[in-house]
Write a protein that binds this ligand. Structure first.
Ligand code: EPU
Length: 435
């Protein structure tokens, strides 16, 4: 298994190009199951969550052609099974989008459910089940397999979510695209990847209105046709490089971004004293200063500050003057990385859903372990900012969601290498990804 060795203290400088959005890709790829014909998808990130999903679809009979440069042709026309009960399904959380997609296509889905999560909290799917049930499906979960059946297919329905859920919004959008009649989703999630999925489906012939607001109307259509679509840039990958640039006191141009999607992150960095400037339509320049100002952050569904940037901003706040607070407003528990930062000299106390962070004069390199994707990214940032050498194990989590993170950071001048260590069974991600 690999680990990263980082010699910190080097300011990042130069430019970095952001890849396609992971959380859009993992929704759009299963959506291809609804399409009759070839989907040419551009800006597909080269990350392990995406390759796992492609592997699952191939196992079900889909044809995939990699055209290089992040473009693939995916043709699911010959998929003839509604069952995806093999082991690979348990290794990626987003595999549950196959429930919505297979229900739409076959009126039935048998899915191996992803296992436990590694944030330390519960990952319920009651809102997904509520939506499918309203649309006429019966859901049964036994021995880790979810079976969804219908009497001749799904019908449109009104679905009100009790919590704002990205996954449930996506799953019901998928299910409703070819359902009989109109589906109304209220209290829908508004993340950029929800809009991206709606755009993909609409390009292929769907009729989805209101994505990006909290009310989405889906007028069921008979079928979808093939076409070409380009995935949006990854908001969180961009935010992670923004944090790394700021933390090391460097100056980095971050290219291929949608600045609007980054406003929630840029705003908080500016409050901390970081310079964030737009430079053209699709890039921003981030420049770190001497010390950060303390701030208070609460994570919220979009357009609030994203939970997927919570560990990264907390890491920066370890280097702020004074006491900051970071409150997790989406997940029950997402602070497992705090113990790792403490090994570097950080001073963080967690009470309930809030981390109270006392700024310290600096962090010191240490041996660390990543427990999930974003926590892993935060440890990389901490290592880049720290004095001395940091070794990070568990990097397979990081590589689920960050394309070539080592290469990109090296191109910015970071002293980071990935080395193959002896086999470490505890690192193998046997449980579902946190994503
Ligand atoms: N929730 C329920 N019931 C449900 C579904 C969700 O109570 O049926 C709760 C969850 O427990 C949580 C909240 O609602 O407290 C939000 O969960 P959501 O369903 O929005 O999360 P998700 O769809 O499972 C996606 C991203 C996560 C990201 C969250 C929140 C993907 C593949 N994953 O997860 O991304 O943290 O939305 O924005 O899109 C990551 O990329 O690192 C990652 C974890």
């Amino acid at each position: 298994m690999s680990k990263y060795i980082i010699r910190g203290g080097v300011p990042l400088n130069g430019s970095v190009t952001i890849s396609g959005a992971k959380n859009a890709a993992v929704a759009i790829i299963p959506a291809a199951l609804l399409v009759d014909g070839v989907c040419r998808i551009e800006n597909v990130p080269d990350i392990s969550d995406v390759s796992m999903l492609f592997g699952i679809l191939r196992q079900m009979g889909a044809r995939l052609r990699d055209l290089g440069g992040g473009t693939v042709e995916l043709d699911c026309t010959s998929v003839s099974t509604h069952a995806a009960t093999f082991d690979a399904m348990r290794r990626i959380r987003a595999s549950y989008y196959l429930i919505g997609a297979l229900l739409a296509r076959f009126g039935r889905a048998d899915i191996a459910m992803p296992g436990g999560c590694n944030f330390g909290g519960v990952r319920p799917i009651d809102q997904h089940v509520k939506g499918f049930t309203a649309m006429g499906a019966s859901i049964d979960i036994k021995n880790g397999v979810l079976t969804a059946t219908t009497d001749g297919g799904l019908h449109g329905a009104s679905v009100f979510f009790d919590v704002v859920s990205v996954g449930a919004t996506i799953n019901i959008m998928l299910a409703a695209t070819t359902a009989d009649g109109v589906t109304l989703i209220e209290n829908a999630a508004r993340e950029p990847h929800i809009v991206d999925l709606a755009n993909f489906l609409n390009y292929m012939g769907a009729d989805i209105r209101g994505a990006g607001t909290n009310v989405i109307r889906i007028y069921g259509v008979k079928s979808l046709h093939g076409g070409t679509y380009s995935i949006i840039p990854d908001q969180i990958e961009a935010g992670t490089y923004m944090a790394a640039a700021a933390g090391t006191g460097g100056r980095v141009e971050i290219k291929n971004v949608t600045p609007k999607h980054l406003e929630c992150i840029s705003g908080k960095l500016r409050e901390m004293g970081v310079s964030v400037e737009e430079s053209g339509v699709a890039s921003i320049v981030v420049e770190g200063g001497e010390r950060f100002r303390k701030i208070d952050v609460t994570t919220m569904p979009y357009p609030g500050f994203p939970t997927d940037m919570q560990p990264q901003i907390s890491t920066l706040l370890c280097l702020a003057d004074g006491t900051s607070t970071v409150t997790e407003g989406v997940w029950d528990n997402r602070f497992k990385y705090v113990d790792e930062l403490a090994k570097m000299g950080a001073s963080i106390r967690v009470t309930g859903r809030t981390a109270i962070i006392e700024g310290v004069s600096g962090l010191t390199g240490a041996p660390l372990r990543a427990h999930d994707l974003r926590a892993g990214a935060a440890l990389v940032i901490a290592g880049l900012c720290a004095r001395g050498t940091t070794e990070i194990e568990g990097v397979s989590y990081i590589e689920r969601g960050y394309e070539d993170i080592v290469g990109k950071l090296r191109s910015l001048g970071a002293d980071i290498t990935s080395i193959d260590d002896t086999f470490d069974a505890s690192e193998a991600p046997a449980e579902a990804s946190a994503v």
